[in-house]
Design a protein around this ligand. Structure first.
Ligand code: EPU
Length: 339
């Protein structure tokens, strides 16, 4: 156990964060003893992956487990040649983008639309990461986790994970499960998914059957690099709010007043609004509050210019929520986990 660990490099907002006790978890067997010790010393505890979807306070009390379990293994054997997918088992501490690259290098396409999402594999199921028309729930077969309530190892199948837009059983109660490994099923039959507006534009005029996983991977990387700030250069946690889901009826009313509003169909009865558009329409793009602000290229991303902290960021988030509510009657929900 390392006393007083500096986690400034382990949160992509780049806040100066000190943890009372931090321990690197490199193997699943280390989880239960770390928890037992935390309970014996009456310490609170939490798990941190890459810190790319987390807002951390200056001081983290109790125990912080740094999820560092590595390893990528193909589970299928030669006798599985009839199976429609390839199963890969991946440690929770593996870097997400490195996994996407590994799958493509090993001729196992499917995850290319999710390229360049910061963070770790263990964090992916928690918020059901998604981008460019794909959500990770479509590829998760099983999540292995330590159930801290019943103090035993469990294996949750896709249904058990209760995935929905940026949500899962894990996000419901962050103190229940500690994810150690994720098993992905990558279909052997690959189909390109380029329906998302940005990808359609990128590939305009090209025939779908000439599309390759590597071409989509490169396109997604290029689009993200153009639109989203690189956390290594400007602190951020990607989208700060979820895109709100509203009824078709509510959308109709909003469209009467705001014909330009951006919305996507979400099932038969609902639409998902682009929260970035709502914030932008309030004139907040580029708005600065002390050492944090609204990104000047994408209003859904809040950025840290240096010297700021979680308190300032949450003040800015409150201000944005209040303005959007005042104007559109919509309550934006914060997307990252606030510790
Ligand atoms: N828009 C504006 N002004 C802005 C920002 C966006 O008008 O300042 C409009 C855009 O023109 C576009 C629409 O809003 O018409 C949607 O924007 P974009 O395509 O950039 O996607 P998003 O809805 O803002 C979501 C995810 C992203 C993901 C992209 C691409 C959420 C909360 N965010 O963003 O995920 O990369 O779609 O699929 O669902 C993340 O979760 O951290 C994240 C980056």
């Amino acid at each position: 156990m390392t006393p007083m660990a500096d986690l400034t490099a382990r949160n992509t907002l780049g806040f100066t964060v000190t943890a009372n006790h931090a321990v690197s978890i490199g193997h699943p067997d280390e989880i239960a003893p770390a928890l037992t010790q935390a309970k014996a010393s009456n310490e609170t505890w939490r798990v941190l992956g890459g810190g790319s979807n987390a807002v951390l306070p200056n001081q983290l009390d109790g125990l912080t487990m740094l999820m560092d379990i590595q390893g990528i293994a193909i589970l299928n054997s030669d006798s599985d040649s009839d199976s429609i997918s390839t199963q890969i088992e991946v440690g929770a501490g593996v870097n997400w983008h490195e996994l996407v690259q590994w799958t493509l290098q090993n001729d196992l396409p499917g995850l290319e639309n999710l390229a360049l999402i910061p963070g770790t594999v263990g964090a992916a199921p928690i918020q059901n990461i998604g981008a460019y028309g794909v959500e990770i729930k479509s590829f998760i077969q099983e999540v292995q986790a330590y159930d801290t309530k019943n103090e035993k190892w469990v294996s949750l199948n896709n249904q058990d994970c209760a995935f929905s837009y940026r949500h899962s059983v894990f996000k419901n109660d962050l103190s229940r499960y500690i994810i150690s490994k994720v098993i992905f099923a990558l279909p052997k039959q690959w189909t390109p998914r380029i329906g998302y507006a940005d990808l359609q534009q990128y590939f305009a005029g090209q025939a779908t059957d000439t599309m390759t996983p590597d071409a989509i991977f490169s396109a997604v990387c290029a689009i993200r690099q153009r639109k989203l700030p690189d956390p290594r250069l400007l602190g951020n946690v990607g989208s700060f709010f979820q895109n709100p889901i509203i009824s078709n009826e509510s959308l109709k009313k909003l469209q009467q007043q705001y014909p330009q509003i951006v919305a996507y169909r979400e099932g038969a009865d609902q639409h998902k609004l682009a929260a970035g558009w709502l914030i932008d329409a309030c004139g907040l793009k580029g708005y600065r509050h002390q050492h944090v602000g609204v990104h000047d290229q994408h209003a859904l991303v809040l950025v840290h210019y240096g010297g700021g902290d979680a308190r300032e960021l949450l003040e800015l988030a409150n201000l944005i929520q209040a303005k959007v509510f005042e104007r559109f009657g919509i309550q934006l929900q914060i997307e990252p986990i606030i510790f």
